[in-house]
Design a protein around this ligand. Structure first.
Ligand code: NAD
Ligand code: DAU
Length: 335
């Protein structure tokens, strides 16, 4: 397989590159990434001699066409991915997530790509009331509530339209919240861990009772692998952990306990506008059709993730000392 991985220098994309090289060492991997603030070549440092890397913006039609030449499979991760940034600056989300995805689709069609896998999110479905036991399935209606979620929803619709209209062999996964190594420290779990390691408090959006369906990033990578191997063209698969529910407060308390600090190291800050209170996924389709099961138990692997951040302080300190500082000041000055 000659596989092009867009966004392969980001969190999930780089984990996918590591995963794929281990499972399918015979394949040729090209990583295409614009290296925005969230893209980091250090994530690929251990495997840099085994892959090709090109610094390209997915909105650049000419460069994308050139990059696709000779490729048979595209796994599309590249996106603006942080909900809070989409609230303060939606333009880049519309450009990359919608227009960029469309540029890739056009180039894929023109070049006869055999498989186009689009990596999407459960946020396209909106939110579930806290007291409800509902879980989303592949037939749940779309109801995105943030500019990020709306841009991903639009990209999903475009990807499906290219299957229905032009027969491009696409598949889509909509996955829940990932955690694990190389997670950018603006997202809740790595932010909480690295703040404590720096002697700072964990900022919890009030009232801290929101629920996320946390899945280890390696379980997500394996789900995409199974879809690439056995998924049917045109189909969508939902991916989620289905473990017991943890509120953000529960997760913050666990992180404090793993790091041996008092719960006074948590502080409530102003809530995110339009904050989705709960996500939950019914992953029966991918389980029944492709035999996928999550393998990484949440509490054990949250502890392993805490240990990873303890052992890789150079990696996240370099990130936190750069442009991210400015963003942090803006985001958390409004208590
Ligand atoms: P990330 O922000 O860590 O990485 C995104 C990568 O895309 C970065 O390397 C960045 O440089 C690159 N990129 C951004 N704009 C680009 C452009 N215009 N051209 C080329 N490259 C560009 O994101 P992530 O958390 O790894 O998410 C990857 C994908 O998975 C996204 O599509 C996201 O919507 C989806 N997803 C994420 C989660 C999650 O919990 N993080 C869950 C479900 C789905
Ligand atoms: O569900 C999948 C989505 O998960 C992905 O599509 C997104 O790309 C990814 O960023 C993630 O979105 P969330 O908004 O759920 O993740 P985030 O880590 O930003 O927030 C997780 C929860 O923690 C959420 O309820 C908001 C809360 N939070 C977040 C931050 C950054 C806080 O309480 N404090 C914070 O400082």
């Amino acid at each position: 397989m000659k596989i092009l991985i867009t966004g392969g220098a980001g969190f999930i994309g780089s984990n996918f590159v590591h995963y794929w090289l281990e499972k399918h060492p015979e394949d040729k991997i090209t990583v295409l990434d614009k290296l925005t603030y969230a893209g980091n070549l250090e994530n690929l440092e251990p495997v840099k001699d085994k892959i090709s890397f090109i610094k390209v913006d997915i909105c650049d039609e000419e460069a994308v066409e050139k990059a696709i030449n000779g490729i048979d499979t595209i796994v599309h991760f590249a996106a603006e991915s942080h909900v809070d940034r989409s609230i303060t600056g939606p333009d880049e989300f519309i450009r990359t997530n919608i227009l960029g995805t469309h540029v890739l689709l056009k180039a894929a069609l023109k070049n006869g790509i055999k498989k186009f896998h689009h990596v999407s999110t459960d946020e396209v479905f909106g939110q579930i009331p806290l007291e409800s036991n509902e879980q989303w399935t592949e037939t749940s209606p779309y109801n995105p509530r943030s500019p990020y979620a709306a841009s991903k929803a639009a990209s999903d619709h475009l990807v499906r339209a290219y299957f229905t209209t032009y027969g491009l062999p696409i598949t889509i996964t909509n996955c829940s919240n990932n955690f694990g190594p190389y997670h950018f420290p603006e997202k809740f779990i790595p932010l909480a861990i690295t703040n404590i390691l720096e002697g700072k408090k964990i900022p919890l959006y009030k009232p801290g009772n929101q629920v996320r369906d946390w899945l280890h990033v390696k379980d997500h990578c394996r789900a995409i692998d199974l879809v690439l191997q056995g998924g049917k063209a045109g189909e969508t698969y939902l991916v989620g952990s289905q473990h017991k529910e943890y509120t953000n407060l529960d997760v913050a308390k666990m992180i404090c306990a793993f790091l041996g600090v008092s719960e006074d190291m948590m502080e409530f800050v102003g809530d995110r506008p339009g904050h989705d209170v709960k996500y939950a996924i019914d992953a029966s389709k991918i389980k029944n059709e492709l035999g996928w099961q999550p393998e990484f138990e949440f509490e054990q692997w949250l502890k392993a993730t805490v240990d990873w951040y303890k052992q890789n302080q150079v990696w996240w300190k370099r990130i936190k000392s750069g442009e991210y500082q400015e963003y942090y000041q803006q985001q958390y000055s409004k208590k």
